[in-house]
Design a binder for this molecule. Structure first.
Ligand code: FE2
Ligand code: FE2
Length: 247
């Protein structure tokens, strides 16, 4: 467990090493405000057991009031049913995926505790403090949201900003870090157009930390601005594709 920020009652925690075997490394982020907890992208079944037991070292399980699912991938949402059964939390998920995730086995008793997020996004409150669920569609999923915490100036970017294999948990050195993000973004993000729209929006937010769902956290406003400029100009996905060859 890694503490991103802690100010009195309020804190941002990150679990980064609960996976095993062939699972892609994934981060589970925890936002704790005035005795209420929001869990972001809690992950699949094996992570669920470890996260649920380790969480109690930093928060009370009864404080888990909110769950956020950035998109429909299994590393985000496969254990949704367990989380909804074990807690009284309200969950948030893009309206695009509401009829698809019952295939993961969401019990009829708990499906009504998932609030569909409209395409335009929404605000929620955690411990009386506003947290923004902001649209980031096609980065990479077609129905995709990020979370902005104005108090700690953290943007939780989901798969955007993902890095694989970097030897650090946090970094302020964007130039050294970019090599670990580059291959993922070129293949998993569909088009530069979505990244340009995201960059325009991100520049309107006061951001000190970019906290993705895979790999390292990017810290310092300088490194954040470097990240936004890199994203804005990167060619990826369809931009790079020239043909489908027949195997
Ligand atoms: Fe994903
Ligand atoms: Fe992911």
């Amino acid at each position: 467990m890694h503490t991103l920020i802690k100010h009195g009652e309020n804190a941002a925690y990150m679990f980064h090493d609960l996976g095993s075997g062939h699972m892609v490394q994934a981060n589970q982020h925890i936002i704790s405000k005035n005795g209420e907890t929001l869990i972001l992208d809690p992950g699949g079944h094996k992570v669920y057991t470890g996260l649920f037991s380790q969480l109690s070292s930093v928060i009370k399980p009864a404080s888990i009031k909110y769950l956020f699912f950035s998109h429909q991938d299994p590393d985000i949402i496969a254990a949704a049913n367990g989380w909804l059964m074990m807690t009284d939390a309200q969950a948030y998920l893009s309206e695009l995926w509401m009829r698809f995730i019952p295939h993961f086995g969401i019990d009829q008793l708990v499906i009504n505790r998932i609030t569909p997020i409209p395409d335009s996004g929404m605000n929620i409150t955690v411990g009386g403090m506003e947290v923004k669920l902001i649209p980031a569609h096609f980065l990479h999923s077609s129905g995709n949201f990020q979370v902005y915490d104005p108090e700690f100036k953290i943007l939780y970017t989901g798969d955007l900003g993902a890095s694989l294999g970097a030897p650090w948990i946090e970094t302020e050195d964007f130039d050294a870090h970019v090599q670990y993000m580059d291959p993922f973004h070129r293949r998993y993000i569909p088009t530069n157009k979505a990244m340009k729209l995201w960059a325009q929006m991100a520049r309107k937010l006061d951001i000190e930390i970019i906290a993705p769902q895979h790999g390292s956290v990017i810290k310092s406003s300088k490194a954040v601005q470097q990240f936004i400029s890199w994203i804005e100009n990167l060619q990826c996905g369809l931009d790079l594709m020239t043909e489908f060859s027949i195997p």
